[in-house]
Design a protein. Structure first.
Length: 139
């Protein structure tokens, strides 16, 4: 096979995710792969109708864009498409991987929560469980 051509990189702004981006950068440079950076922010549907809804949306969107901008900077000259999605992160990552026909997903073992004692976080766990392509879990 021509590994790897289309790599999804899941980012949450944590040091773990920074290391995943660094591995993705190396792989993209080595294989000339296309990169798709994905970040998902928490669902907002339960807030619809509240007067502060718009403010919460724009705050979360801005925070998500900052996470993606940070990852893009880490990539230096390596180009990447970015996807900012609302909803549960694992579902978003799996959906983008399918839509983009990814041949690899790169992510961290853990993320911003980083609970001591856990081998992998819930997002990595779910993606590893359900992905239709290989998953590189960076520690
Ligand atoms: P948990 O969230 O289960 O309490 P955690 O934050 O330590 O624990 P995960 O959230 O599973 O662990 O993070 C593992 C990896 O998943 C991160 O390094 C990142 O690559 C990816 N990830 C986590 N959250 C998101 C997100 N919101 N959007 C995109 N990728 C994410
Ligand atoms: Mg997390």
């Amino acid at each position: 096979m021509d590994a790897y051509q289309r790599i999804v990189v899941a980012v949450d702004g944590s040091p773990h995710s920074d290391r995943a981006v660094s591995h993705a950068r190396t792989l993209a440079g080595r294989f000339g792969a296309q990169l798709f950076l994905v970040h998902a922010f928490a669902p907002l549907s339960e807030l619809v109708g509240y007067e502060r809804y718009e403010r919460v949306v724009s705050r979360r969107t801005l925070a998500g864009q900052a996470v993606l901008d940070h990852a893009r900077k880490e990539l230096g000259a390596i180009p990447a498409e970015v996807e900012l999605l609302e909803g549960p992160p694992a579902d978003a990552i799996l959906r983008v991987a399918e839509q983009r026909d990814a041949d690899l997903i790169v992510m961290g073992t853990r993320g911003v929560s980083d609970l001591a004692g856990l081998l992998v976080g819930s997002v990595s766990h779910k993606v590893m469980h359900s992905a239709h392509c290989p998953v590189l879990v960076v520690r």
